[in-house]
Every structure is written in C-alpha cells, then in structure tokens.
Write a protein that binds this ligand. Structure first.
Ligand code: 9MJ
Length: 705
C-alpha cells in the first residue's frame, strides 16, 4: 500500500489524489508479479502507460510525490530463497523514448546541460558544434535479465541480479553455468576489483527448444524468452540452469578499484566495451559509435529491419553518451542516468477484448478457430483477428468471449493470443466448445488419431471446402487465373453460378456481369483470362488439384518424374516414395486422391475443357535430376528484380535443378538480393552466404541457356 497521500494546498482535486493512489497500488502489484514471481499479467506497453501516467500526474502535482512511489523504483523485492546482496553502486534503469521527437528531446537535454556546465566553468567558448557532433554509442537493447558480476583479481566471485536496483539476489552458482560468463578473465591490466554489468538472455532458438520440450511433457511453456531466462536463473539447483543455454552480453562496468600502476583505464564507453571483450566477455556485435542524433535515428531504422533476423530478442536500442567525462558531467536523475536512453520499438504485445470466436473451414476441411478482437494497434499494424490454431491451443488458453487477452504480433508473423488476463475476466463467461459438426455444411467434424487438427468430413459437399479449393485452383502459383480473386470466387459460389472448378469453363458472361461490382467488361476479361490460363505446366496443374501436402515443390517433382498425368494416376505408393521429398505420408495422400473416382472424373473433365501443357519426357528415375546443373543448390530470393518477376526467377532456378526456399539459413548456398532485400540480406551476411545481384543471376541463366 502507498503511504497515505497528504492533501496540500496545491492539490485539492480528490479525483487526482485517488488516481495517483490507485496507479501506485496497481503498479506495486504488477512490479511484484513481474520481478518477484516472473509472472506478468499485463504487457509491457500497458505497464509503461500506467507508469507514464503516474509520472505525468506527479510532475503536474509535485506535492503528491511520495518516497514509496513506483516511479522511483526499478523493480520489486527479490524472493527470499536466494541470499540478498546490496549493490555497492545502484543498478539504474534507463529512461525510454518512443519516437524520433522524443530522441531529439533527449539529445537537446543532453546538449543544453553540457553547454550550461561549460558556461558554469567560465569557459566563454561554449562549443555548440562540439555538442551537435556529440558521439553516442548505439547497441541493441537485449530483453533479458540484468546482472552484476563481481571479479576479484580477475576471478568471478559473485553474480547478483539487479533486483530492485539497490538489492539483488545472489545467483553466483547459476551465473557460473552460463557459457559466455568467464570464470577467470584474461589480460594483465585487470583491476583488482571489477564489477561487470550485462544482460543474461535466452537465444530464440534455445527458447523454442525448451518450450517444445515443455509441451511434449505437458508442462506449461514459457511466455517469452525473457521469462524463460528469468525462470532459468531463479533455479535453486544450478544443474537445471546449466541445461538452459543462457547467454550473457556485457554492457558496462560498475565498481572499478585497484587499477594497476601504469594502466590507463579506457575513458569512453566504446573503449570500455572493447576492453571487456578483450578480457573475455561477449559484447554486442551490432554496437556502433555514431555522431549526432540523426545517425542514432538511422541506426534505429536499420536495426528495426534486422530485428527479426537477430538470434535473440531485443525490445529497442540503447544510446549512451560515449565520453565518460561527459557522462560524469551529466550525472543521474532518481532512477536513470541522464547520459543514456532506451528507444523502444513499437510494442509487440498489447491488450484487447475478445469479441467472438468463429470457426473457419479450410480447403482440406481443417477447422481453425479465429478470434475476433476489438481492433488494437500492435507491432506496427491494427489487428482485429488472431488465429487460435487448433483445439489444443484453445484448451491451453481457455480464452472466452468477453475476456481481456494479450495479443502478440512480431515481425510478419500472424497475430497470436498469448494469454488471458484472468483478473479482468467478467462474470458468467463460458469455456469454448469445439463444434461437433461443420459450421458451414453440418457434416460431422472428425479427428484422425494422432493428428491435432479437427476436420469437416463433408469434402466437396462442404461449401467452404469448395470455395477454398476453387480459390486455390485459380491462385497465382496454381492455374494463375488473372482477376479471379477470393471475393469473386465467393460470389460465384454463393450465387450458385459455379459448384466446382470445371464450371469455370462454362461461365455465362452475362451472369458474371450481373454480379455486384462486376460489369460486362470485367466479365469478358475474366473469361479471356480463364482461356489464357488453360495453357499451363503439368507441375502447376498437379499443384492446383490441391492434394494434401502436395505443395509447389512436390508437384514439380511429380511432374518431372512422371512427365504426364496418366502415369501419376496409375502410380502406387511404392513408386511414389522413390521420388525426391515424398515420404509414406504424402504418398498415402496422393494415392487417396487419385484413387477417388470423383477426382479422376474431375481431371478428365478439365482436360476435356482444354487445360493443356507442353509434353515433357518422364525422367522416371530419381537420380536423373542430378544431371541438372544446380541440383543440391539452395537459393533464396529477396527484394525487387527488374527484368523478371521473383516467381519467374524461381521457376528458372528450379528448372535448372535448384531448390528455392523462403528463408536464409546455414543451408542456403546463395541469396539473390534486389533493392529492399531487408532482413534476409542481413541474415545472409551474418552467415556469410554469398549474395548475387540480378545481373549475376541473369548471367547464371545465360550460362546454362
Ligand atoms: C540492454 N538491456 O541491452 C543497458 N542494456 O545501461 C544495454 N541495458 C543499461 N545497456 C545502463 N545495452 C542501464 C541499463
């Protein structure tokens, strides 16, 4: 509970006093949940908003300031299970900025203060230029757990969490297990007492691995890598911590005593970091020294692009004045240094209301629950839907209509519901029931043993499956029917103009023209596009049939192997599994498809309507593709190309035997990068994957023409 607020002459408004009191109580509770229990209930963005509101009210009503205000505190009391240790120098936190404007304000505050202090020292020559070209060090803000490591004569003797900034927990046994924390430093210029500060974090890959293992054992997964790191560090048994693949990145020094005679301790932040690296610490490879605030903003933009490709989570950029002498001049305010700031990325997690849940039926009958949300701005876009994936996820979350939920949207990933804020659950909510019959055609919903997904058993009786299969057939990578988008397919099916893809070839131009938002010209264009699309490739045709698990690559392999559709129809599982990339499960799906009479009839009818492709020689031999020049080579395409589309480039590469994938990894042989290549280019560079430009790609095609 906050101390009772004194009413003073300047703040009479009881509603302000009440709001301040309520905010403090609320923030105290969230601090405890976050710092002591590793179990935050609300997203950081919501916490920041509450804190900022309290800061604003305190600034407007200074008489309401109180010694126990959460605005003066960094965190909350540590758990009792570990010994508490007082920091010799407090571990401060950082002030935040959320825009270029707030960064400019920070820079101005720094410059004004430095100018004033110089004036006070009676130097008339205030060098405005000097401060306008002030050096900052920029580094990613790791989203982990801040720690202090004490070294005596170069030997690690203690590791302490930040705790509330004044007192932390002794986690020495646990930090010793972290690979990137040196137990003994190297060098002969190490001060006899040295405190190194940094962030312990869990890399994304390790986080995914431990959560997979947790789910396999029916344990509760961690919400994010930071919670996973915190949970791992707070283990009383350090053997468990040792298995958690934690990392530490050093970002500053605290106490430094007993510098050896003749040794000059570095006098800039950058040089201190380089010295720490020399002594054996990991420092951030993205760290850069820049001049002026514009360069800080450019660094921010650049890192925003790279963010998804980094192997660890970051939630912003930290900027620090480089010269230690200037840092000393600037000093501190209550809880943060004046010489540093954290520029936060737009929140990737936000809170909103769950308005309803709908069940969508996909092309293969898979039923996906979709959450309808009160629109919320998160991760840079407004989100009003989020997938709930499947029944297991629905059970895990227990999200109910009316609930307040936390939404996460990171990078280009589809928005997810992370958790439910149970303390805000209204009364009389009901758990979600998965439907027993299809919401579209009312056929029974079935679950194949061993599969998580529930499916509508209606097949092509089901209007939803019909629509999705026609959309797939017409899509760009399938029959590529120009102008036949999802909306138009829905209209054609809803108006009973078509029931299957075969009906596309008997369309009545007037009926199409009479549809909403259509007209004579659009209808004629559509019919012309359908005519043009009839000439295709066998690979596209196989893909367009929508056989389960037969994507573009598998369709291409089938096309190359069989050379014609009849051989595919006459095939068997033993033959299919000889083909590149086809295992017993996919082989079963293919046989299931081709053995159904309705599918055989469909293919026959499509061919009768004039769907055709150039004849090709069957390779009928799984090794043949090895004769193609780019076989076993993996390419990724990114950015814009000018002389051809990315799809054309992809098809040409594949025709030469190459595999083309969507993301850069150690297995990638080449990245083809055009302007705007973004994070894929960054990742390729970080993995030393060779990068080709369009000219080099065209030269490659020329070589094998
Ligand atoms: C993080 N989290 O990466 C600081 N931080 O400096 C970096 N945090 C910091 N610096 C002073 N790079 C207080 C916190």
């Amino acid at each position: 509970m906050s101390q009772e607020l004194k009413q003073s002459s300047s703040t009479q408004d009881p509603s302000v006093i009440h709001e301040v009191q309520a905010l403090r109580d609320e923030l105290h509770r969230h601090n405890h949940l976050y710092y002591a229990l590793d179990n935050p209930e609300i997203p950081d963005a919501e916490y920041d908003r509450l804190l900022r509101r309290l800061q604003q009210l305190e600034a407007e009503n200074p008489d309401l300031l109180s010694a126990d205000s959460p605005t003066l505190k960094v965190g909350s009391a540590p758990l009792d299970a570990f010994t508490q240790v007082a920091h010799k120098l407090p571990m401060l936190s950082l002030d935040n900025a959320f825009s270029d404007d707030e960064m400019a304000d920070f820079n101005k505050r720094v410059i004004d203060r430095l100018n004033n202090s110089i004036k006070n020292e009676a130097s008339e020559n205030t060098t405005k230029e000097l401060f306008e070209s002030l050096e900052y060090v920029c580094e990613p803000k790791l989203d982990g757990i801040a720690v202090s490591l004490i070294y005596e004569d170069g030997i690690l003797v203690m590791g302490v969490t930040r705790g509330d900034g004044t007192t932390g927990e002794d986690i020495t046994a646990n930090v010793r297990t972290v690979g990137s924390i040196p137990l003994r430093l190297t060098g002969n210029d190490i001060p006899s007492e040295l405190e190194v500060r940094g962030e312990i974090y869990m890399p994304k890959a390790a986080f995914e691995k431990i959560n997979k293992a947790a789910l396999a054992k029916d344990d509760k997964p961690f919400v994010n890598p930071r919670n996973a790191a915190a949970g791992s560090l707070r283990q009383l048994d350090s053997k468990i911590t040792a298995k958690r693949s934690l990392e530490m990145c050093a970002y500053s020094v605290g106490i430094v005593e007993g510098i050896k005679d003749g040794v000059d301790f570095p006098q800039t932040h950058e040089k201190i970091l380089l010295k720490l690296s020399e002594w054996g610490f990991r420092i951030n490879q993205e760290m850069r020294r820049v001049t002026g605030i514009d360069a800080c903003d450019a660094y921010y933009n650049n890192l925003s692009e790279k963010r998804d490709a980094l192997p660890y989570e970051i939630d912003g950029i930290v900027y620090k004045v480089n010269a230690i002498s200037l840092q000393k001049t600037l000093g501190f305010i209550s809880r943060a240094p004046r010489w540093a700031i954290a520029r936060k990325f737009p929140a990737q997690e936000e809170m909103t209301q769950l308005l309803g849940i709908e069940f969508q039926v996909g092309r293969t009958g898979a039923i996906t629950p979709v959450a309808r949300l009160e629109p919320v701005f998160v991760g840079g876009v407004t989100v009003s839907n989020a997938t709930l994936h499947n029944q297991d996820e629905v059970k895990r979350l227990d999200a109910r209509v009316g609930d307040t939920v936390i939404i996460r949207r990171a990078g280009d990933v589809i928005p997810q519901i992370v958790s439910v804020v149970l303390s805000r659950r209204p009364e009389h909510t009901v758990p979600l029931n998965f439907p027993e019959s299809c919401p579209v055609c009312e056929s029974p919903v079935v679950q194949v043993p061993g599969e998580v997904v529930m499916r509508c058993s209606g097949g092509l009786i089901c209007g939803a499956q019909v629509k999705e299969s026609i959309k797939h057939y017409a899509s760009r990578k399938a029959m590529d029917i120009d102008g036949l988008g999802d909306k138009l397919v829905e209209q054609l099916v809803d108006e009973k103009i078509i029931k299957s893809v075969v009906d596309l070839y008997h369309l009545d131009v007037d009926k199409v023209a009479s549809l909403e938002r259509m007209g004579k010209k659009s209808a004629e264009n559509l019919l012309a596009a359908i005519e043009v699309s009839k000439t295709t490739s066998l690979a596209r045709f196989i893909y367009s049939l929508g056989i389960r698990e037969v994507g573009e690559a598998t369709a291409r392999n089938l096309s190359q192997y069989f050379g014609d559709i009849d051989s595919l129809l006459a095939s068997d599982e033993e033959t299919l599994i000889l083909i590149n990339d086809i295992g017993p499960i996919v082989a079963r799906f293919i046989i299931d498809f081709v053995s159904q009479e309705s599918n055989q009839l469909l293919i026959k009818q499509l061919l009768e309507q004039g769907v055709n492709w150039p004849e090709a020689k069957a390779q009928n031999n799984t090794d043949d593709s090895n004769e193609l020049p780019l076989v076993n080579k993996t390419y990724v395409l990114s950015g814009s190309l000018f002389g051809l589309t990315r799809d054309q480039a992809k098809e040409k590469l594949q025709a030469l035997g190459a595999t083309v994938t969507g993301s850069v990894s150690k297995k990638t042989d080449y990245l083809v990068a055009g302007p705007g290549a973004g994070s894929k280019l960054t990742k390729a560079e970080s993995l030393s994957v060779p990068v080709l430009d369009e000219e080099q790609l065209l030269a490659l095609f020329e070589q094998y023409a």
